[in-house]
Ligand binder design. Sequence first.
Ligand code: HEM
Length: 562
Amino acid sequence: PGRSSTVSIDPSGNPSLPRTPPYPTQSVHTLANGTHVRLKFSSIFYVAIPHTCSNFKMMALMASLQLDSTLAVLCLAFVASCIFLVARSRKDGARGSPPPSPPALPVIGNLHQLGRGRHHRRLQALARSYGPLFLLRLGSVPAVVVSSPSLAEAVLKTQDHAFCSRPQPRTARGTLYGCRDMAFSPYGERWRQLRRIAVLHLLSAKQVDSFRSLRQQEVMGFVERIRAGAREGAVNVTELVISLTNTVISKAAFGNRLGGVDPGVVRHMMKELTELLGTIAVSDVFPRLRWVDWATGLDARISRTAAELDRVIEKTLAEHEGSRGNDGEEVHDLLDGLLSIFKDGDQGFRLDRTDVKALILDMFIGGTDTIYKAIEWTMAELVKNPREMEKVQAEVRQVAAGTQGGVLEEELETMSLLHAAMKEALRLHPPIPLFPHESIQNTRLHGYDIPAKTRIMINAWAIGRDSESWEDADEFRPERFMDRAMDYNGKDPRFIPFGAGRRGCPGIAFGMRLAELTLANMMYHFDWMLPEGQDPESFEVVESNGFAPALQYPLILVAKPL
Ligand code: HEM
């Protein structure tokens, strides 16, 4: 008594029942123990009871049997649908919902769509058709291309915990001690420790400051070489700038203690290393075809370069170890700094000898090509836009007026037009136009599923020319940076020549101090023009081929001393 239960059975299961109810909507029965039972028939569902059953117990039994079998059918259907759904979701999980992708060819996938260089341009064109996030299959390797500021922000900042690793290409594994360096290291505790050491001990503001007189001295020498060259005719600016940046990096890393190795050999080795690192090995895109790298001679080239590099660095290391302590333990160069951590450790982390060598190579890889390209591109754009050059020159000459010997580093701070011209050149020509990351876990980006270990290529070049972010995006207009508090740190995803987030470039200060000081002195000491027969309108600022292009032809200019 007081308790009731409802049993509903759809009569449509029994087609012999008419749909309109000729049945009572309720009936009351008294059971053998005297309990009264009120049986309600829902107005929607009717209990299907064969006419032959007059006894209530029999009716109840029949009803419960029907119920049981219906429930059993329902349960079976439910379990079956669950199995189906789980199976489907597993299948979907494996495939997920991938980003859109251009049609791929069998075996090579989308490799043919990358072209033979200037990949950033081809990828920008593909982004126009497939959107700012699309998937390529490079041989058997999936790679997602990111081409808009908002997606770059997601990859480099908001979701950078998922996208903070790097692929380890064959050439980097072969030359950088199995990617024991920082730049190519997979994300993890080792990378964190290396990064901390690099940021605190190699590239900190204090360390960068400590190289001030080195920069000043080398830039003065550079000015003198231009002056000497100008007396002969036009000057090969590219060559002189490359030589300057190499010398500064080499002296910052090793001082003058090269262990008897000729500076020219160091320069040659680093050139070979950067060239190799810009090479895509067949096994990078077809991991099963390792033998092709051997057959094409790439393996031999990698081994030769690695052995030669190791020999050179071992010699400089030996000389540094020999001279340690002879000068009152004063740290002079980056290798000295690394050796003290090798010997004494740092916050419980001790570098081994291979770590020291790999980290010092990172300084060369990071700094050599990038700084010279930043200077070369800015100079080329200023020559192409003489009115902008005049404005920068006027500012530099006014700020540094009366300074003996040229522009000093402390004077750079107030040269806002110079900074703006440099930023504008880096927006149009980021020295690393496409930089790679790798996902470390399955994740979702922009509504698409990205599996772990997918390569992510950030097209900084396309982002710098995004027409929604930049008016007349292909024009060189430094004034657009005059009233924007946009810096190199990547906080604004529209401008990321140095990347951003936890893998962002740690060498910004090191690189830009040298680049700005060099450019300021070029502006201060000389008037620049194209050689006779060329004019700014017909002068084309064209990229070379390759993964990280420079100017297609060396920049040859006439320098008129002030
Ligand atoms: C104009 C000069 C430079 C430019 C445009 C530049 C650009 C970049 C870019 C785009 C990245 C990748 C960022 C990312 O993945 O989010 C990077 C990483 C890196 N750069 Fe630079 N760089 C410059 C100068 C330097 C210098 C002078 C050094 C060292 C002396 C350096 C050392 C590194 C290192 C070690 C990394 C790897 C960081 C990591 O993976 O944790 N860079 N740089």
